[in-house]
Design a protein around this ligand. Sequence first.
Ligand code: NAP
Length: 323
Amino acid sequence: MKALTRNGYGSPGIIHFKEVPKPQIAPDEILIRVHCNTVSRTDCGILGGKPFIFRFFVGWPKPKNPILGSDFAGEVVEIGPSVKGYNIGDRIFGFNDEGLGSQAEYLNIKADGPIMHIPSKNTYREAAAASEGAHYALNFLRYLNLPKGKKVLLIGATGAIGSAAIQILRSRGIRVDAVGEGAYRDYWQDRGVESYWDYKTEDFRKSGKQYAAVLDAVGKSNFFKCRKLLQKGGAYVSSELGPFASNLWLALIAPLMPLAFVKFPFPKDIPASLKEMQRLMAAGKFQALIDPVKLKPQDAEKAYHYACSGEKIGNLILDWDMD
Ligand SMILES: NC(=O)c1ccc[n+]([C@@H]2O[C@H](COP(=O)([O-])OP(=O)(O)OC[C@H]3O[C@@H](n4cnc5c(N)ncnc54)[C@H](OP(=O)(O)O)[C@@H]3O)[C@@H](O)[C@H]2O)c1
């Protein structure tokens, strides 16, 4: 089979699109024919081994799995003898932030692994794009108590995490203002975002508004810059550690901060995230934002350069069915 491989950590130039042995399944595994993946910021971390501490999970001194890919959507083509709950032809999606080796024509995975059935009305592309960013977005919200009717400022509306966060917040009846790429103002206002700022030309901090939480899904702000936007008891959450890892240590002293505080969302419970995304997709409450750029596995180097640039729109799909 064909796969995207690499021999060590590095830049997109080290990726090879090459023939590798098709995986054999263990008794408790299923074999999936992969239809598509996303190329995400998690994949960039796995490719580059950055931050360095990530290598203790993904492999040190060399990657554990030479095949890239952390998410997929595909169909079951073979089932191990001890597997229950799956049939040939089932449509599945999955994600693992430590990598799955899923950027390949076939993938073997444990049937009790981080996988879920795709709702019948959703495409493979939609399902693949409802995993990585959505998991981190859900993770943000696990750390907060945001009842219906509260208002949140979301920074990074056109990223994978931010675009998922907006829809998850809206599905919970939480009001959202957002900051993102200017061309997506109408897109988001049609989907319930109340005020929208173009991050390149407008300063959301001058609005005079206050929020129950500021969620920075692209890690471009910091607590001190956003403090005045928070109501008393409001929370600041970012997808990045921030300058001098400030989001981490501010989160540690959060109990000592009487006015507004920082939460740092250590990612956890991927199966719960996939289950929630399956539920939201089936209910018609989630439609992933997908980058219009079309890419096939042969374009891997270009795809990774683009994803790692921080300029993609939502989720960048790598399509294994495209000729
Ligand atoms: N903590 C974790 O576990 C974890 C896990 C995964 C990712 N991350 C981090 O989370 C961040 C977001 O990841 P992602 O995949 O969602 O991002 P992404 O998809 O790469 O986000 C790109 C989008 O953000 C927009 N953008 C750039 N600067 C902005 C700003 N100052 N304000 C608002 N929007 C801005 C870009 O606009 P343009 O098109 O104009 O460039 C682009 O549309 C990354 O920094 C990533 O490293 C953290």
